[in-house]
Design a protein around this ligand. Structure first.
Ligand SMILES: Cc1cc2nc3c(=O)[nH]c(=O)nc-3n(C[C@H](O)[C@H](O)[C@H](O)COP(=O)(O)OP(=O)(O)OC[C@H]3O[C@@H](n4cnc5c(N)ncnc54)[C@H](O)[C@@H]3O)c2cc1C
Length: 409
């Protein structure tokens, strides 16, 4: 008997979940199989280092859809199932347990995993990373005992967990090898904000310093820093970035560069295999270079874009990148891309806790950091998408209406 047309999605996370939904919304009536190694149905990770960790959001609110949705939409969701190999020749996915699944189209959306910290003591009890709901549940329980927390890495996750840990009453030491938390990702203005916030909230922030080794007999007891200082700790969070999960693609012979290499239609180097989300390094036609983004907005939108492309309805994927972070009472948002910027223009007073920092390349606005300035961010996004040219003096003038610039542009 002929097999029903089948689209298989490996990775039941954000990109995979949104792709499955889109296939049905677009009217695809073949089989949709959504394979995920985690025990949970697709959920959103951003609250894991913020509202969920701080117990401000209930577990049920994290999921993209209720369980009944997958039944109603005839999406064959297979949680707790790991794909072990892809065979592009026979067009099938092999599973750790169970029979191989044949596909007509395949989407790889396995996301990324925390980078390990190869230092002595990294495998002691009490050394943790944060990627999954299970990790967040363990951290929530650990915070109840108000442990002394050492965090290695002041990127998004390290900074956010530092804020959550302080709010849970834990003493926190945050190590950032660079000049300031988030400065590497969002620039110096963001770094100044996070530095002030963490210090105001009692974080022992150590910049230009990292952890060289972790000590303890069975559990963590202390860390030794790169400046040879001893800091007592009961819990160490390793937050030194994430690596795309390219192993399936690599073993199947697909092109892999920084992530799985795809074109603007999310298509890999193998016929009928697509990739989306944290794992995909794609050709961005607007920026004219390859890009890989490990953020929510991208995973969600690229999952949708890949689903349409798998149905032959794709359009080049060329978003204005967007990312946000929440720490204490402050929301930092960044839209665009600061690569190639030759100056930064500030609008508003950074000390007031609400301002924007525009990145310019010549006369064009290419990026914008908005700190507690939601309306300005929305305008900046449109300005960047339109390739808007704006005089720096106008941008810097808080009395000038940014919406007028949009109309003029
Ligand atoms: C704690 C945390 C906080 C974050 N906060 C923010 C934020 O504030 N703002 C923001 O923009 N972004 C944030 N992000 C990033 C954002 O969540 C990710 O970019 C997004 O989840 C990526 O989606 P994805 O579908 O590519 O990968 P994932 O969501 O990681 O999903 C991939 C899934 O595939 C599964 N998988 C992998 N390999 C296999 C296999 N072989 N077989 C079966 N299943 C497999 C994985 O287990 C996983 O469930 C945060 C991330 C984390 C971890």
């Amino acid at each position: 008997m002929a097999r029903r047309p089948t689209i298989v999605i490996v990775g039941a996370g954000l990109a995979g979940g949104r792709a499955a939904e889109t296939l049905r919304q677009e009217g695809y009536d073949g089989r949709v199989v959504l394979i995920g190694e985690e025990a949970e149905r697709p959920y959103e990770r951003p609250p894991l280092s913020k509202a969920y960790l701080e117990r401000r959001v209930a577990r049920e609110r994290l999921f993209l859809r209720p369980p009944a949705y997958y039944r109603e939409q005839a999406i064959s969701l297979r949680p707790g199932t790991r794909a072990t190999a892809v065979d592009p020749g026979l067009r099938r996915v092999l599973l750790e347990r169970g029979r191989p699944i044949g596909y007509d189209r395949l989407l790889l959306a396995p996301g990324s995993r925390p980078r390990p910290l190869p230092i002595p003591g990294a495998s002691l009890d009490g050394v943790v990373t944060l990627r999954t709901l299970e990790d967040a549940d363990r951290l929530r329980i650990a915070f109840d005992a108000a442990p002394r927390v050492a965090i290695v890495g002041g990127g998004f996750i390290g900074s956010e967990v530092a804020a959550a840990a302080r709010q849970a009453g834990c003493p926190v030491t945050l190590f950032e090898l660079g000049t300031a938390p988030l400065a590497q990702a969002l620039g110096a203005a963001a770094g100044a904000v996070t530095t002030r916030l963490h210090r105001e909230h009692g974080v022992d922030l150590r910049t230009g310093e990292t952890v060289a080794s972790i000590h303890g007999t069975a559990r963590v007891e202390a860390v030794v820093t790169s400046r040879d200082r001893l800091v007592d700790a009961d819990l160490v969070l390793v937050a030194v970035g994430a690596a795309p999960r390219t192993e399936l693609a690599q073993a199947a012979g697909l092109a892999v560069a920084d992530g799985i290499a795809v074109d603007a239609l999310c298509q890999t180097s193998a016929p009928d295999i697509f990739a989306a989300g944290d794992v995909a390094g794609w050709w961005h036609p607007g920026l004219g270079r390859r890009l890989r983004v490990e953020h929510f907005d991208n995973a969600q939108n690229q999952g949708v874009a890949a689903a349409r492309a798998m149905l032959g309805r794709g359009t080049p994927y060329a978003p204005v990148p967007y990312v946000w972070s929440e720490q204490y009472d402050t929301t930092l948002q960044f839209v665009g891309d600061a690569v190639g910027a030759d100056r930064v223009v500030t609008r508003g007073d950074p000390d007031s806790g609400a301002f924007c920092a525009f990145s310019l390349a010549g006369p064009r606005v290419i990026g914008c950091l908005a700190v507690n300035r939601f309306k300005d961010l929305a305008v900046a996004r449109r300005l960047i998408a339109a390739g808007g040219r704006v005089a720096a003096s106008v941008l810097a003038d808080p009395s000038a209406n940014l919406r007028d610039l949009l109309r003029a542009g």
